[in-house]
Design a protein around this ligand. Structure first.
Ligand code: 5RP
Length: 228
């Protein structure tokens, strides 16, 4: 089983187990979330009524292609479930997200969901967070000052670029990718980063993941519920 098969397996399993007729679903961003959306498209064709709230413009486009009716996040009080990928996830179900640049909308949508499910291929489970550079969304004004302040926390920083230009998020902001030697205390780092002026949000998802659907080294699927 290769990575794509794993992504398909966890994505489809999440849709089958957690998406039910009549639900409004938070739709994640990325190559694993793609399989959730694709499966939801099939479920709609089979007669289910489903609505979606997208975590990015790319996901909005994808959802339309698969016939999922989109609703604005401001039009719903609560989402029944949100299903999204992750860049890293540890044994406490703390995660790094934002590899695809959608961390802010992903976090807003995960926070609005009754249940937040993460779908992860075999490469995503880690002993401790931080091998994957932590994405931090910052406002464009004074971004170099903000980047400098973040660097003082002891990480190497890189402004994210796309096509030789600074990468701009769906919210009109920039992303600083931060490489820490290791992230010993994710909760504290989350607080510290969000207290830096100019930082909009960071990619640490703390006490947010309710369910992790993942594949182990033997390619077995597991569905684990957060203990809290
Ligand atoms: C996008 C994300 C994605 O969920 C994360 O990057 C994982 O992506 P993929 O499923 O393609 O590996 O946080 O902002």
């Amino acid at each position: 089983m290769d990575r794509l098969d794993e992504k398909a397996l966890v994505g489809e399993t999440a849709a089958i187990q957690y998406v039910k007729d009549g639900m409004t679903v938070g739709l994640g961003t990325g190559s694993t979330a793609y399989y959730v959306i694709k499966k939801m498209g099939e479920m709609i064709k089979e007669g289910m009524e489903l609505k979606g709230v997208a975590t990015s413009k790319a996901t909005e486009k994808l959802a339309r292609e698969y016939g999922i009716q989109l609703v604005d996040i401001n039009e719903v009080e609560e989402l029944d479930v949100a299903i999204d990928g992750a860049d890293e996830i540890d044994a406490n179900f703390f995660a790094i997200k934002g590899g695809g640049g959608a961390l802010l909308r992903e976090k807003i949508i995960a926070s609005a969901a009754k249940t937040f499910v993460v779908v992860a291929d075999g490469s995503k489970k880690v002993q401790s967070l931080g091998q994957f550079p932590l994405p931090v969304e910052v406002v464009p004004f004074g971004y170099k000052q903000t980047e400098r302040a973040i660097r003082k926390l002891g990480c190497k920083t890189e402004m994210r670029f796309k096509d030789d230009k600074l990468y701009v998020t769906d919210n009109g902001n920039y992303i600083v990718d931060c490489s820490f030697p290791s992230i010993q205390n994710p909760s504290q780092l989350h607080e510290t980063l969000n207290n830096i002026v100019g930082v909009v949000e960071n990619g640490l998802f703390i006490h947010m993941v309710d369910v992790l659907i993942s594949v182990d080294k033997q390619h077995e699927i597991s569905v684990d519920i957060a203990k809290r």
